[in-house]
Design a protein around this ligand. Sequence first.
Ligand SMILES: [Zn+2]
Length: 253
Amino acid sequence: MALAPHAVHRLYEYRKSISTKPFGARGKKLIRCPLCLLGAQFCTCSLRRQLTTQASFLLIMYNDEVIKPTNSGRLIADLIPDTYAFLWSRTEPAAEMLALLSNEHYQPFLVFPAQYANPGQTVLSQVPMATLANGKRPLLIMLDGSWREAIKMFRKSAYLQDLPILSFDPNTLATYALRKGSHDFQLGTAEVASLALAAMGEEANGKALTAWFDLFVESSLLGRNRRCREDILPISEFTDAFEAAYRAATLEL
Ligand SMILES: [Zn+2]
């Protein structure tokens, strides 16, 4: 049975409806699945599964990020049932988003590099699950855009200035990059979110999200014909890896 559309699917439809011109993404001749935005023949929607988690996510998305097929924030909403998504506005932040930030059932954490913290702003490397007041859920806030855009969103949003920051030390980032064999530490939004899940003690959920991200990247490259032949691993390697990671996350409960 197909899962219901999630917050990023709904925000995508909304953002498209207010757009005055069609979005000129690379590879626009490609016929895309309207949900995962991958080329129709590489659609991963039937593989999507929801994780069982204590985490809630709030995605604050820069301008047209939500309609970019390369956006990885949507992968968080794919797997994490309690995910919210809003467009960022410097002057008119969504009232619903502000209400969420002051909702007593949530403890917000801004997932962002410590180097940008204001003087006196709390910086953490782990989510202090044991000390969260009476059953509050962590609400992990992701600023979804390029780095430049994320920094702008942070600096120009008064409501983010006093929140505790969840930040990863260089060792954590290096270990993650090494394990994945990547050559730089520029992580996608979904990869940072998988580190945030690990920082809550949900390593297996983090690994499932990483595997979902890897499948997405590979499927995007195939859709854009950007893989040279000798480079190609069968896509089943990636779908199997995701399904194994998902099973492991389910077993760990
Ligand atoms: Zn799809």
